[in-house]
Design a protein. Structure first.
Length: 414
């Protein structure tokens, strides 16, 4: 079923954009969670927000799953960091899925501590999905994460292409950083050191494979089709609730198999190549436009899911709630995207923005809210055990004598 239609760049106000994104929620309850504001929505069943916006971070309830979108596109820009979602469960567990450029600033603004970012699941090794792993790894031990960082991710076709190889090179690349902070305590007396990096490599063709099974939480993985061999998608199940996060992928039957009937399906979506090219160049025709259009068509053929394909996938899986991410959510692009989705699917759909927060409950409700965060947040965290002695004896232990001799004495400026 192919529809021929020139994509329209509808001029939407921000209020209109939010309504367009939220209108598909149907009968879902749109309640506020502490620290968040519920947006205006045609379908809003309630706007039960905290007028004082509450504390910045409040744990989910015992039967709740909370999914926060901390990055939703591939190019960092002020309103969209690269890709990451943060999943918190009522049993106290928390999981990071992908962590591309700029997402740590969102985590810090949300009040999420480094100690809560200690289990990271990568869908693939593109920079917009893994580059902030450097920040999480490097600065966690000088903050409140004094225990090992665990990273899950796919294998490659050779031993020097997968997640284990990547993490080994990350250790090598960050040696100077690790040593520079090691005059401070970086670990607890029990439980390992914050600069320990534990890799869990997952065979990318397993269908499904088991990534994590602990504390009532099961995370499986299955193949994604993106860029080249070595991309995967994840499914998390806990307490009768389920979520699929595809990462980047072409439309594929693996998603149809594993996402059927899930509570939340989070799937990538991209604009048609014509829209992508016009946004990049400002052009709608001509030699330059035609050339870049041909390249963008190849990128989509290699890597991504266009709007209509996303609608088709939803028509085959029927999740309780669908979320499109990895999408440039410019206000003029949302309406045409929803039109394409609606050619195939009439169920609940959201096009994600950064700081979107979904809360799922065993009682059947899913609330959609947007986190209110401070403009100038400070990192907060607390220690939970006895600290091990630092590696180096004092802050000057790693300077040579000549450098120390050239330090201006404090007496000169006290």
């Amino acid at each position: 079923m192919k529809k021929s239609r020139k994509t329209e760049f509808a001029e939407l106000t921000r209020r209109g954009f939010l309504k367009t994104s939220g209108v598909a929620l149907g009968g879902l309850a749109l309640g506020g969670v502490a620290g968040c504001d519920s947006h205006d929505s045609v379908a809003a069943a309630s706007t039960d927000t905290n007028p004082d916006h509450g504390p910045l971070y409040v744990p989910p309830g015992p039967d709740e799953m909370r999914i926060s979108f901390l990055g939703t596109w591939y190019t960092p820009r002020p309103n969209q960091a690269c890709n990451s979602i943060f999943v918190e469960l009522g049993n106290g567990d928390a999981f990071v899925f992908d962590c591309g450029s700029g997402v740590v600033s969102r985590y810090v603004a949300m009040g999420v501590t480094y100690s809560r970012m200690d289990k990271i699941f990568l869908t693939h090794l593109h920079g917009d999905h893994m580059s902030d792993l450097v920040t999480i790894y490097c600065f966690g031990p000088s903050s409140d994460r004094k225990s090992p960082l665990h990273v899950w991710g796919p294998t490659g076709d050779t031993e020097n292409e997968g997640t284990a190889f990547f993490c080994q090179k990350l250790l090598e690349l960050t040696k100077w950083h690790r040593e520079s902070f090691s005059f401070l305590p970086t670990g607890y007396t029990e439980g390992g050191d914050g600069y320990d990096l534990v890799t869990h490599e997952l065979p990318y063709m397993d269908n499904p494979g088991l990534a994590h099974d602990s504390n009532g939480v099961t995370i499986t993985h299955f193949p994604a089709i993106h860029a080249r061999n070595g991309s995967i998608s994840y499914k998390l199940e806990w307490n009768g609730l389920s979520m699929v996060f595809t990462g980047d992928t072409k439309p594929n039957n693996y998603v149809l198999e594993h996402a059927k009937g899930v509570d939340v399906l989070i799937h990538e979506m991209t604009t048609p190549p014509e829209v992508w090219t016009t946004k990049q160049t400002g052009l709608t025709e001509g030699e330059t436009y035609d050339y870049l259009l041909s390249l963008n068509k190849e990128v989509i053929e290699n890597s991504h899911t266009v709007q209509r394909a996303f609608g088709y996938i939803l028509s085959q899986t029927n999740p309780r709630l669908a979320v499109a991410t990895h999408f440039p959510n410019d206000p003029d692009l949302v309406g045409p995207a929803m039109d394409d989705i609606r050619d195939f699917y009439r169920g609940p759909v959201i096009i994600a923005q950064d700081l979107l927060v979904l809360t799922l409950n065993r009682n059947g409700s899913i609330s959609e809210s947007y986190a209110k965060v401070p403009e100038y947040p400070w990192y907060t965290g607390k220690l939970t055990g006895d600290l091990a002695p630092p590696k180096y004896d004092g802050p000057l232990a790693q300077f040579n004598d000549t450098l120390i001799e050239n330090v201006i004495p404090e007496a000169y400026y006290e």
